[in-house]
Write a protein of this length. Structure first.
Length: 266
């Protein structure tokens, strides 16, 4: 066992988790007889296909990499068993032993990115935090983004949407909840958001408010097809009245969209 190599791989793993980079840790957990690598050997498989380390090379490692890619799609751990005896029977090697490899995917934490730090915005951030999401709260009013006003926001960003996107880029593991105080903010925010890979974009407001917002966006050159990405009015209809009930409605839709997408990718 190479302690220095293990420490290097674990350091890279910690960095990847901290950066939100999808990665699978593949670890040889058990062996019998003659095998290319011993128990404890580790390899990292990144979402972009990059490999660090090796669990033995050859056909077996090629199969492990494919299984790791599948683990990244599903987010599920796997325990792989390989015989290295008879390639003519489909075994991935001829070393004469057996090896068991555990795959542990580390996926980016899904983020709920809330634009608008008013009463509804705070309720959404509070519930998203309770549900285990990473949370970002943004507003052009800095006084709305204090720790007292937004205690459960992991990140608090004051400024325009362009400034906040520069400070905290949106990924495919982000759901954007727009609960701003007026149409002007929505019209300014939606075009740059549509240029991101956000998993979900929802806008709060009545049918009439959305019609006004949509009309202004179309006049500004935003396409009909792009606007089809926007969920408006936001949330699932549950007859919500209180702030907490509105937050439940909004995050129910976020969950439905994100889980459906995950199932489609699996």
């Amino acid at each position: 066992m190479n302690t220095g190599e293990d420490q290097r791989l674990l350091g890279l793993l910690i960095d990847a988790i901290g950066d939100g980079t999808p990665v699978v840790l593949a670890t040889v957990v058990a062996t019998r007889r003659s095998v290319p690598r011993r128990a404890g050997t580790k390899m990292l498989v990144f979402g972009d296909g990059r490999l660090v380390g090796t669990v033995g090379g050859g056909e077996m490692e090629s199969r492990v990499v494919e299984e790791a890619k599948d683990a990244l799609r599903t987010g599920r751990t796997k325990l792989l068993d390989y015989n290295l005896l008879a390639p003519d029977r489909g075994d991935p090697g001829v070393c004469g032993g057996e090896v068991q490899i555990y795959l542990e995917p580390h996926m980016p934490q899904h983020t709920v990115f809330v634009i608008g730090a008013g009463h509804v915005g705070r309720a959404v951030v509070d519930l998203a935090h309770w549900l285990g999401y990473a949370t970002v709260a943004t507003d052009d009013r800095e006084e709305r983004l204090t720790e007292d006003e937004m205690p459960n926001a992991g990140v608090r960003l004051a400024g325009s949407i362009v400034e906040t996107l520069a400070a905290h880029p949106i990924t495919a593991e982000t759901s954007v909840v727009i609960v701003s105080r007026n149409v002007g903010i929505d019209v300014a925010a939606i075009p740059p958001l549509l240029a991101t890979p956000a998993r979900y974009i929802g806008v709060m407001g009545s049918e009439r408010r959305w019609a006004t917002t949509r009309g202004q966006l179309l006049e500004a050159g935003v396409s009909e097809s792009d606007l089809e990405r926007v969920h408006a009015p936001i949330g699932i209809e549950i007859g919500a009245e209180t702030l907490e009930e509105i937050a439940v409605s909004i995050l129910s839709e976020v969950i439905r969209v994100t889980r459906t997408a995950e199932s489609d990718e699996a």
